[in-house]
Design a protein around this ligand. Structure first.
Ligand SMILES: Cc1ncc(COP(=O)(O)OP(=O)(O)O)c(N)n1
Ligand SMILES: Cc1nc(C(=O)O)sc1CCOP(=O)(O)O
Ligand SMILES: [Mg+2]
Length: 211
């Protein structure tokens, strides 16, 4: 069961200057089994190069790579995809990727969007922001009770937005199967620190379900 635990998301600024692969490897060493490649600034060629390197890394750690926004890149690499509300059709993505491909959907703080996403083939649904986010500033609208309310969907639930080590545990106990994190994981001065932080997040999850 891989859709469980810490869900690191890359950031092109925090992981610039050669940090992308070593910091992502540190997150995987710290127990993450799902990794999202999110880059809004590089060229198509650079994104293919970086995502290919991360895919190889994920294979080495028996982890899943998810591409943010870009169906064509996910299709090319044969990996997972995360789509926001304005990022294209989940139905088309499910048709173009394999039946077993992981496809995630942003649902903000709306249960009806999550129901719709599941009906259109989403493997997991993401709610946020739960806290104020340095990476993506904006209104905090998601309430922790949403995580329990969404359990009827019978899909893994992701919580995202400004989550830190100290704020993650209640989200997990309310039903988040994955905790998506950028800043609190990757704004670190060494890979060793990223690994330590990843291990601390991973240890918040009940151990019986981490394999
Ligand atoms: C796991 C996860 N949840 C939410 C998002 C946000 O997706 P989106 O709303 O499309 O915004 P961008 O990430 O594209 O800026 C995500 N990427 N991952
Ligand atoms: C990519 C993204 N999406 C969000 C949403 O609310 O949908 S919040 C967010 C950024 C998450 O990064 P950090 O852990 O640094 O807050
Ligand atoms: Mg998007």
């Amino acid at each position: 069961m891989k859709l469980y635990g810490l869900y690191p998301i890359t950031d092109s600024q925090l992981l610039a200057d050669g940090r992308l692969v070593p910091y992502c490897e540190a997150a995987l060493k710290g127990g993450a089994r799902v990794l999202q490649y999110r880059d809004k600034s590089s060229s198509t060629k650079q994104r293919l190069y970086e995502a290919s390197a991360l895919l190889e890394l994920c294979h080495a750690y028996n982890a899943e790579l998810i591409i943010n926004d870009e169906l064509a890149l996910a299709e090319q690499l044969g990996c997972g995809l995360h789509l926001g509300q304005g990022d294209g059709s989940l139905t088309e993505a499910r048709l173009r990727l394999t039946e077993s491909a992981i496809i995630g959907a942003t649902c903000h703080h709306h249960l009806h969007l999550a129901e719709q996403a599941v009906a259109q083939g989403a493997s997991y649904v993401a709610f946020g922001r739960f806290f104020s986010s340095q990476t993506k500033p904006g209104e905090v609208l998601a309430d922790i009770d949403l995580l329990q309310q969404a359990q009827f969907l019978q899909r893994p639930i992701v919580a995202i937005g400004g989550i830190e080590l100290d704020s993650a545990a209640p989200l997990i106990s309310h039903g988040a199967a994955m905790i998506a994190v950028i800043h609190a994981l990757f704004a670190a001065s060494t890979a060793a620190e990223v690994e330590r932080r990843a291990r601390a997040f991973t240890d918040l999850f009940p151990p019986f379900a981490t394999n």
